[in-house]
Design a protein around this ligand. Sequence first.
Ligand code: PHB
Length: 349
Amino acid sequence: RVGLMLPYTGTFAQLGVAIENGFRLAINEQGGKLGGREIEFFKVDDESEPSKGIENANKLVQRDKVDVIVGTVHSGVQMGIHKVARDSGVLSLIPNAGVHAATRAQCAPNVFRTSFSNSQPTRALGAAMMAKGHKKAVWITWKYAAGDEAFEGFKESYTAAGGTIVKELGLPFPNVEFQALLTEIAALKPDAVACFFAGGGAAKFMKDYAAAGLQGKIPLYGSGFLTEGVLDAAGPAANGVMTTLHYSDSLDTPRNKEFRLNYAKTFKLQPDVYAVQGYDTGLLLIQGMNAVKGDVTKKVELYKAMESATINSPRGKWTMSKSHNPVQDIYLRVVENKENKVLGVAAKA
Ligand code: PHB
Protein backbone atom coordinates (compact mmCIF):
# COMPACT_ATOMS: atom_id res chain seq x y z
CA ARG A 1 0.00 0.00 0.00
CA VAL A 2 1.73 3.08 -1.33
CA GLY A 3 0.59 6.54 -0.21
CA LEU A 4 1.32 9.55 -2.39
CA MET A 5 1.16 12.80 -0.45
CA LEU A 6 1.96 15.55 -2.94
CA PRO A 7 0.74 18.99 -4.02
CA TYR A 8 -1.83 18.67 -6.82
CA THR A 9 -3.08 22.26 -6.47
CA GLY A 10 -1.32 25.60 -5.93
CA THR A 11 2.07 26.94 -7.04
CA PHE A 12 3.74 23.49 -6.72
CA ALA A 13 0.96 21.48 -8.47
CA GLN A 14 3.09 20.66 -11.53
CA LEU A 15 5.90 19.48 -9.28
CA GLY A 16 3.62 16.94 -7.62
CA VAL A 17 2.48 15.60 -10.97
CA ALA A 18 6.07 15.26 -12.23
CA ILE A 19 7.09 13.36 -9.09
CA GLU A 20 4.14 10.95 -9.37
CA ASN A 21 4.83 10.41 -13.08
CA GLY A 22 8.51 9.67 -12.46
CA PHE A 23 7.70 7.30 -9.60
CA ARG A 24 5.15 5.36 -11.65
CA LEU A 25 7.50 5.19 -14.64
CA ALA A 26 10.25 3.53 -12.58
CA ILE A 27 7.85 0.92 -11.22
CA ASN A 28 6.17 0.28 -14.56
CA GLU A 29 9.55 -0.20 -16.24
CA GLN A 30 10.15 -3.08 -13.79
CA GLY A 31 6.85 -4.84 -14.34
CA GLY A 32 4.53 -2.72 -12.18
CA LYS A 33 5.10 -4.65 -8.94
CA LEU A 34 7.21 -4.19 -5.80
CA GLY A 35 9.16 -7.21 -4.58
CA GLY A 36 6.80 -9.36 -6.64
CA ARG A 37 3.63 -7.97 -5.05
CA GLU A 38 0.75 -5.95 -6.51
CA ILE A 39 0.60 -2.29 -5.50
CA GLU A 40 -2.38 -0.30 -4.30
CA PHE A 41 -2.07 3.49 -4.48
CA PHE A 42 -3.65 6.03 -2.10
CA LYS A 43 -3.45 9.76 -2.87
CA VAL A 44 -3.75 12.96 -0.86
CA ASP A 45 -3.40 16.52 -2.21
CA ASP A 46 -1.35 18.30 0.47
CA GLU A 47 -1.90 21.73 -1.17
CA SER A 48 1.59 22.77 0.04
CA GLU A 49 -0.26 23.72 3.23
CA PRO A 50 1.92 23.15 6.33
CA SER A 51 -0.97 23.54 8.81
CA LYS A 52 -2.61 20.41 7.33
CA GLY A 53 0.59 18.34 7.11
CA ILE A 54 0.08 16.08 10.12
CA GLU A 55 -3.63 15.57 9.43
CA ASN A 56 -3.01 14.65 5.80
CA ALA A 57 -0.18 12.25 6.63
CA ASN A 58 -2.42 10.60 9.22
CA LYS A 59 -5.13 10.05 6.59
CA LEU A 60 -2.67 7.85 4.74
CA VAL A 61 -1.24 6.09 7.80
CA GLN A 62 -4.33 5.60 9.97
CA ARG A 63 -7.21 5.56 7.48
CA ASP A 64 -5.53 3.98 4.46
CA LYS A 65 -2.96 1.92 6.37
CA VAL A 66 -0.20 2.55 3.85
CA ASP A 67 3.18 0.83 4.18
CA VAL A 68 5.08 3.75 2.70
CA ILE A 69 4.47 7.48 2.23
CA VAL A 70 6.01 9.07 -0.85
CA GLY A 71 5.95 12.82 -0.21
CA THR A 72 6.35 15.71 -0.42
CA VAL A 73 7.50 18.93 -2.11
CA HIS A 74 7.15 21.69 0.53
CA SER A 75 9.57 21.71 3.49
CA GLY A 76 6.92 22.87 5.98
CA VAL A 77 4.49 20.12 4.99
CA GLN A 78 7.38 17.63 5.16
CA MET A 79 7.80 18.34 8.85
CA GLY A 80 4.19 17.15 9.35
CA ILE A 81 4.91 13.92 7.47
CA HIS A 82 8.15 13.60 9.42
CA LYS A 83 6.40 13.74 12.77
CA VAL A 84 3.89 11.09 11.68
CA ALA A 85 6.70 8.92 10.24
CA ARG A 86 8.72 9.10 13.44
CA ASP A 87 5.69 8.46 15.66
CA SER A 88 4.24 5.59 13.60
CA GLY A 89 7.43 4.08 12.13
CA VAL A 90 5.93 4.08 8.61
CA LEU A 91 8.50 4.15 5.81
CA SER A 92 8.88 7.72 4.54
CA LEU A 93 10.48 8.52 1.17
CA ILE A 94 11.06 12.23 0.50
CA PRO A 95 11.00 12.89 -3.26
CA ASN A 96 11.72 16.62 -3.00
CA ALA A 97 11.41 18.71 0.19
CA GLY A 98 14.91 19.68 1.30
CA VAL A 99 14.25 20.61 4.94
CA HIS A 100 17.48 20.08 6.86
CA ALA A 101 16.00 18.59 10.04
CA ALA A 102 14.77 15.49 8.19
CA THR A 103 18.32 14.34 7.45
CA ARG A 104 20.20 16.15 10.19
CA ALA A 105 19.05 16.59 13.81
CA GLN A 106 15.86 14.53 13.32
CA CYS A 107 17.09 11.92 10.86
CA ALA A 108 15.47 8.52 11.36
CA PRO A 109 16.01 4.90 10.28
CA ASN A 110 12.68 4.82 8.41
CA VAL A 111 13.12 8.13 6.54
CA PHE A 112 15.05 8.40 3.25
CA ARG A 113 15.47 11.40 0.94
CA THR A 114 16.02 10.92 -2.79
CA SER A 115 16.32 14.60 -3.73
CA PHE A 116 18.66 17.08 -1.99
CA SER A 117 18.96 19.07 1.22
CA ASN A 118 18.01 22.74 0.91
CA SER A 119 21.53 24.11 1.18
CA GLN A 120 23.08 21.50 -1.16
CA PRO A 121 22.51 23.21 -4.56
CA THR A 122 23.36 26.73 -3.33
CA ARG A 123 26.52 25.53 -1.62
CA ALA A 124 27.86 25.19 -5.19
CA LEU A 125 26.60 28.59 -6.33
CA GLY A 126 28.93 31.05 -4.57
CA ALA A 127 32.18 29.94 -6.21
CA ALA A 128 30.51 29.87 -9.65
CA MET A 129 29.34 33.47 -9.25
CA MET A 130 32.70 34.69 -8.00
CA ALA A 131 34.42 32.96 -10.93
CA LYS A 132 32.34 35.28 -13.15
CA GLY A 133 33.61 38.29 -11.18
CA HIS A 134 30.33 39.07 -9.35
CA LYS A 135 31.63 40.40 -6.05
CA LYS A 136 28.45 41.98 -4.64
CA ALA A 137 25.14 40.16 -4.65
CA VAL A 138 21.56 40.56 -3.49
CA TRP A 139 19.76 37.44 -2.22
CA ILE A 140 15.98 37.12 -2.65
CA THR A 141 13.63 34.28 -1.68
CA TRP A 142 10.33 33.13 -0.24
CA LYS A 143 10.71 33.33 3.52
CA TYR A 144 10.23 29.78 4.77
CA ALA A 145 12.50 26.81 5.55
CA ALA A 146 13.45 26.08 1.92
CA GLY A 147 14.46 29.68 1.16
CA ASP A 148 16.19 30.25 4.48
CA GLU A 149 18.18 27.02 4.25
CA ALA A 150 19.07 27.67 0.60
CA PHE A 151 20.44 30.99 1.82
CA GLU A 152 22.61 29.16 4.35
CA GLY A 153 24.38 27.32 1.50
CA PHE A 154 24.68 30.44 -0.63
CA LYS A 155 26.04 32.58 2.19
CA GLU A 156 28.62 30.00 3.17
CA SER A 157 29.94 29.43 -0.36
CA TYR A 158 29.75 33.02 -1.59
CA THR A 159 31.45 34.64 1.39
CA ALA A 160 34.09 31.88 1.51
CA ALA A 161 34.90 32.73 -2.12
CA GLY A 162 35.26 36.42 -1.20
CA GLY A 163 31.82 37.75 -2.17
CA THR A 164 29.71 40.25 -0.23
CA ILE A 165 25.94 39.92 0.24
CA VAL A 166 24.71 43.51 0.19
CA LYS A 167 21.06 42.76 0.99
CA GLU A 168 18.72 39.87 1.81
CA LEU A 169 15.20 40.30 0.46
CA GLY A 170 12.18 38.12 1.05
CA LEU A 171 8.42 37.69 0.80
CA PRO A 172 6.05 35.14 2.33
CA PHE A 173 5.38 31.84 0.49
CA PRO A 174 3.64 31.66 -2.02
CA ASN A 175 3.31 35.43 -2.71
CA VAL A 176 4.32 36.69 -6.14
CA GLU A 177 4.11 40.47 -5.71
CA PHE A 178 7.76 41.03 -6.68
CA GLN A 179 7.50 44.62 -7.96
CA ALA A 180 8.67 46.60 -4.91
CA LEU A 181 11.55 44.17 -4.35
CA LEU A 182 12.68 44.43 -7.98
CA THR A 183 12.64 48.23 -7.70
CA GLU A 184 14.88 47.90 -4.64
CA ILE A 185 17.27 45.61 -6.55
CA ALA A 186 17.49 48.14 -9.40
CA ALA A 187 18.39 50.86 -6.89
CA LEU A 188 21.00 48.71 -5.12
CA LYS A 189 22.78 47.90 -8.42
CA PRO A 190 24.51 44.69 -7.25
CA ASP A 191 26.85 42.75 -9.58
CA ALA A 192 24.38 39.86 -9.52
CA VAL A 193 21.21 38.51 -7.90
CA ALA A 194 20.87 35.02 -6.39
CA CYS A 195 17.55 33.48 -5.39
CA PHE A 196 15.39 30.53 -4.40
CA PHE A 197 11.99 30.23 -6.10
CA ALA A 198 10.22 27.23 -7.64
CA GLY A 199 7.15 26.22 -9.61
CA GLY A 200 4.62 28.79 -10.83
CA GLY A 201 6.17 31.52 -8.67
CA ALA A 202 9.59 30.99 -10.28
CA ALA A 203 8.19 31.56 -13.78
CA LYS A 204 6.51 34.76 -12.60
CA PHE A 205 9.72 35.94 -10.90
CA MET A 206 11.81 35.56 -14.06
CA LYS A 207 9.16 37.29 -16.18
CA ASP A 208 8.86 40.19 -13.73
CA TYR A 209 12.68 40.42 -13.53
CA ALA A 210 12.85 40.82 -17.30
CA ALA A 211 9.87 43.20 -17.43
CA ALA A 212 11.58 45.40 -14.80
CA GLY A 213 14.49 45.79 -17.24
CA LEU A 214 16.94 43.80 -15.11
CA GLN A 215 17.52 40.86 -17.49
CA GLY A 216 20.98 41.17 -19.09
CA LYS A 217 21.83 44.10 -16.81
CA ILE A 218 22.12 42.35 -13.46
CA PRO A 219 22.83 38.64 -14.04
CA LEU A 220 20.33 36.34 -12.33
CA TYR A 221 21.46 33.17 -10.52
CA GLY A 222 19.68 30.65 -8.34
CA SER A 223 19.39 27.15 -7.09
CA GLY A 224 18.26 25.32 -10.21
CA PHE A 225 14.62 24.92 -9.12
CA LEU A 226 14.18 28.41 -10.51
CA THR A 227 14.31 27.07 -14.06
CA GLU A 228 12.80 23.56 -13.62
CA GLY A 229 9.48 22.79 -15.27
CA VAL A 230 8.85 26.44 -16.09
CA LEU A 231 10.86 27.12 -19.25
CA ASP A 232 7.77 27.24 -21.47
CA ALA A 233 5.91 29.49 -19.04
CA ALA A 234 8.88 31.85 -18.56
CA GLY A 235 9.80 32.02 -22.26
CA PRO A 236 12.69 34.36 -23.23
CA ALA A 237 12.77 35.79 -19.68
CA ALA A 238 14.68 32.65 -18.62
CA ASN A 239 17.42 32.96 -21.23
CA GLY A 240 20.88 33.28 -19.70
CA VAL A 241 19.78 32.46 -16.14
CA MET A 242 22.55 30.42 -14.47
CA THR A 243 21.85 27.93 -11.72
CA THR A 244 23.32 25.02 -9.76
CA LEU A 245 21.43 21.75 -9.32
CA HIS A 246 21.84 17.97 -9.13
CA TYR A 247 20.36 17.48 -12.61
CA SER A 248 20.46 18.98 -16.09
CA ASP A 249 18.26 18.19 -19.10
CA SER A 250 21.29 18.03 -21.37
CA LEU A 251 23.40 15.51 -19.42
CA ASP A 252 24.92 13.53 -22.26
CA THR A 253 24.66 10.00 -20.89
CA PRO A 254 22.78 6.98 -22.27
CA ARG A 255 20.92 6.71 -18.94
CA ASN A 256 19.58 10.28 -19.12
CA LYS A 257 18.68 10.03 -22.79
CA GLU A 258 16.81 6.75 -22.28
CA PHE A 259 14.92 8.22 -19.31
CA ARG A 260 13.99 11.41 -21.15
CA LEU A 261 12.73 9.49 -24.14
CA ASN A 262 10.62 7.05 -22.09
CA TYR A 263 9.16 9.84 -19.94
CA ALA A 264 8.28 11.98 -22.96
CA LYS A 265 6.68 9.01 -24.75
CA THR A 266 4.65 7.95 -21.72
CA PHE A 267 3.40 11.33 -20.48
CA LYS A 268 3.72 13.60 -23.57
CA LEU A 269 5.68 15.98 -21.34
CA GLN A 270 9.36 16.85 -20.97
CA PRO A 271 10.82 15.62 -17.68
CA ASP A 272 12.50 17.93 -15.17
CA VAL A 273 14.37 17.48 -11.88
CA TYR A 274 11.12 16.64 -10.05
CA ALA A 275 10.38 13.83 -12.50
CA VAL A 276 13.93 12.52 -11.94
CA GLN A 277 13.50 12.63 -8.16
CA GLY A 278 10.19 10.75 -8.39
CA TYR A 279 11.83 8.20 -10.69
CA ASP A 280 14.72 7.71 -8.26
CA THR A 281 12.26 7.29 -5.40
CA GLY A 282 10.79 4.41 -7.39
CA LEU A 283 14.25 2.95 -8.03
CA LEU A 284 15.11 3.11 -4.32
CA LEU A 285 11.86 1.47 -3.25
CA ILE A 286 12.28 -1.25 -5.87
CA GLN A 287 15.75 -2.09 -4.52
CA GLY A 288 14.46 -2.18 -0.96
CA MET A 289 11.41 -4.30 -1.76
CA ASN A 290 13.38 -6.74 -3.89
CA ALA A 291 15.71 -7.32 -0.94
CA VAL A 292 12.79 -8.39 1.30
CA LYS A 293 10.67 -9.94 -1.50
CA GLY A 294 7.92 -7.44 -0.80
CA ASP A 295 7.68 -8.20 2.93
CA VAL A 296 7.64 -4.70 4.48
CA THR A 297 7.70 -6.13 8.01
CA LYS A 298 11.39 -7.07 7.53
CA LYS A 299 12.45 -3.57 8.47
CA VAL A 300 16.09 -4.18 9.34
CA GLU A 301 16.82 -5.81 5.98
CA LEU A 302 14.69 -3.26 4.12
CA TYR A 303 16.47 -0.24 5.59
CA LYS A 304 19.86 -1.86 5.12
CA ALA A 305 19.19 -2.48 1.44
CA MET A 306 18.05 1.11 0.92
CA GLU A 307 20.93 2.54 2.93
CA SER A 308 23.52 0.71 0.88
CA ALA A 309 21.79 1.26 -2.49
CA THR A 310 23.51 2.88 -5.43
CA ILE A 311 20.89 4.61 -7.54
CA ASN A 312 21.58 4.50 -11.27
CA SER A 313 19.83 7.81 -11.85
CA PRO A 314 19.39 10.00 -14.94
CA ARG A 315 21.28 12.61 -12.86
CA GLY A 316 24.28 10.25 -12.51
CA LYS A 317 24.92 7.51 -9.96
CA TRP A 318 24.38 8.49 -6.33
CA THR A 319 24.50 6.88 -2.89
CA MET A 320 22.88 7.51 0.51
CA SER A 321 24.71 9.40 3.23
CA LYS A 322 24.60 7.96 6.75
CA SER A 323 21.68 10.24 7.57
CA HIS A 324 19.83 9.18 4.36
CA ASN A 325 20.44 12.14 2.06
CA PRO A 326 21.86 11.77 -1.49
CA VAL A 327 25.61 12.09 -2.01
CA GLN A 328 25.66 13.53 -5.51
CA ASP A 329 27.29 15.90 -7.98
CA ILE A 330 25.94 19.43 -8.40
CA TYR A 331 26.00 20.82 -11.93
CA LEU A 332 26.37 24.38 -13.19
CA ARG A 333 23.71 25.09 -15.85
CA VAL A 334 22.52 27.90 -18.09
CA VAL A 335 19.15 28.32 -19.82
CA GLU A 336 19.41 28.31 -23.61
CA ASN A 337 16.50 27.79 -26.00
CA LYS A 338 14.15 26.40 -23.34
CA GLU A 339 16.71 23.93 -22.05
CA ASN A 340 18.87 23.72 -18.93
CA LYS A 341 22.27 23.20 -20.55
CA VAL A 342 25.00 21.70 -18.41
CA LEU A 343 28.25 23.69 -18.25
CA GLY A 344 30.13 21.40 -15.89
CA VAL A 345 30.25 19.94 -12.40
CA ALA A 346 30.13 22.78 -9.84
CA ALA A 347 30.63 20.51 -6.81
CA LYS A 348 31.63 16.86 -6.78
CA ALA A 349 29.90 14.36 -4.44
C1 PHB B 1 10.92 22.88 -0.35
O1 PHB B 1 9.97 23.47 0.19
O2 PHB B 1 11.71 22.17 0.29
C2 PHB B 1 11.13 23.01 -1.81
C3 PHB B 1 10.07 23.29 -2.66
C4 PHB B 1 10.27 23.37 -4.03
C5 PHB B 1 11.54 23.18 -4.55
C6 PHB B 1 12.61 22.91 -3.73
C7 PHB B 1 12.42 22.83 -2.34
O3 PHB B 1 11.73 23.24 -5.86
